[in-house]
Design a protein around this ligand. Structure first.
Ligand code: GLU
Length: 445
């Protein structure tokens, strides 16, 4: 059986690190099993769904490195849902209900007051044809509920093992609203059937839906797919990440210099028994990730961990991976520049700091002008290479008796204006000799 998975966002907001997780789990699962990945926009909520959000989601997925094989929109597929509704009505599994939201609310309150679970009591099932006709004559339009089998629905979850959903403690779910629009439950099942979805990987907030949806698959004579429900991401304080957590949206992470593979590595490893480490590419991450390792407890996300992981990833990036971005930022210097400084930046864009220090004007810090003058006087002639720094500092030790920090720190401060940074042995040969001499003299150069 070849694997077919889908990621099914509602285009009602931007992707953030939390709701990118099902996209990543599905994508990695497809990669691992040479399967297909479908992007399905759950856009039946016409008021909240927008084409702009759909476009932004596609763009953010592309940034992550997720390339869907197929893209579908539920708004294009309404005829399929209508056909299923006809079947469910014919088999008596979908029944019309006429209660208003207010009536249902009052009924729920009465049930709670009497210590009963607030489950829909199936009053509408008992309506006679004449009663329904009267209600319709009063101008009421029905919404439609799926008549659940009141049994324990059991399934094997790839994350959670055997899962039970007690359908006898659930209300019959509304599948079609009064105005004929669809709620999420039915269209999802129809699409999963029609598109041959083999595995549904989604957040554990959908476990109860799965119980209901398994009954729908069966009511429509289909075999349910395999399910996997991953844990959800929360803030360090334990709150859920809502769609509106702007700072954690993929686009704002991207704008703040976070690498897509840092997001991907953290997002899928954080809630597992595996160590969170930066993984360089999706294929390696796919081989690494195992749904059975996903924890059942929520995964706590600290943005500081993402920054740390990003820095580790950046330190490992080869020049080829950043060349275009450095060019776009106007940062030259090529491979030797990148290799010299990458260990000292936490984002690729930060390379510009070192670019300016090496190739642009810096005001140096010279605390001991005599020492700096001596240093300038024994500075080797060009051409320079990676041995020049050692030659120079050994000469300086011989001339001044200075060693260690007393020798290196004043030179670093004078030449870079900073206390810390990349190895001077690598920086020096990239620099202009006149500039180094000027900075040793305390001149901005
Ligand atoms: N649109 C649903 C959601 O975003 C899809 C859930 C599913 O994967 O079936 O939660």
């Amino acid at each position: 059986m070849s694997v077919v998975v889908r990621f099914a966002p509602s285009p009602t907001g931007f992707l953030h690190i939390g709701n990118a997780r099902p996209a990543l789990f599905n994508w990695l699962f497809a990669l691992k099993h040479q399967g297909r990945f479908i992007l399905r926009f759950d856009d039946t909520d016409r008021e909240r769904s927008t084409v702009e959000f759909a476009a932004a989601i596609s763009e953010d997925l592309a940034w992550l490195g997720i390339r869907p094989d197929v893209v579908v929109r539920q708004s294009d597929r309404l005829a399929h849902y209508d056909a299923a509704v006809a079947t469910l009505k014919a088999t008596g599994r979908l029944y019309p209900c006429y209660e208003t939201a207010d009536e249902l609310d009052r009924r729920r309150k009465r049930q709670i007051a009497r210590g009963l679970p607030p489950i829909y009591d199936r009053t509408a099932l008992k309506l006679s044809d004449a009663e329904r006709a009267t209600l319709e004559a009063q101008g009421r339009r029905p919404h439609w509920r799926f008549k659940l089998d009141q049994v324990d629905v059991t399934f094997q979850d790839l994350v959670r093992g055997e899962v039970h959903v007690h359908a006898d403690s659930l209300s019959d779910p509304v599948l079609v609203r009064e105005d004929g629009t669809y709620l999420y439950t039915l269209p999802s099942v129809i699409d999963d059937m029609a598109l041959g979805i083999t595995h549904v990987i989604r957040g554990e907030d959908h476990v109860v839906n799965t119980g209901v949806q398994i009954q729908l698959f069966k009511a429509l004579d289909a075999t349910p797919p395999v399910f996997a429900h991953h844990n959800l991401l929360t803030t360090v304080g334990g709150e859920g990440l809502s769609k509106r957590t702007g700072a954690l949206s993929l686009r704002s992470l991207r704008d703040s210099g976070i690498e897509p593979m840092a997001v991907a590595s953290l997002a899928v490893l954080i809630g597992t028994s595996d160590r969170v480490e930066p993984i360089a590419d999706m294929a390696t991450l796919a081989a690494h990730v195992d749904l059975a390792h996903v924890s059942r407890a929520p995964a706590k996300f600290d943005p500081a961990d993402l920054a740390t992981l990003n820095a580790k990833l950046v330190h490992q990036l080869p020049y080829e991976a950043v060349r275009e971005r450095l060019d776009a930022l106007g940062i030259g210097g090529g491979q030797s520049f990148w290799n010299a400084i990458k260990g000292n930046v936490s984002t690729v864009a930060e390379a510009s700091t070192w670019w300016r220090i090496i190739f642009d004007t810096v005001t140096p810090t010279v605390e001991d002008p005599d020492f700096a003058t001596t240093a300038a006087s024994v500075l080797p002639r060009t051409p320079w290479d990676e041995t020049t720094w050692t030659t120079w500092t050994e000469t300086l030790t011989a001339a001044t008796g200075r060693k260690g920090k007393a020798l290196f720190l004043p030179l670093r401060r004078a030449i870079t204006g900073r206390d810390h940074g990349p190895e001077m042995r690598l920086l020096l040969p990239m620099m202009d000799r006149e500039r180094v001499v000027a900075r040793l003299k305390g001149e901005a150069a």
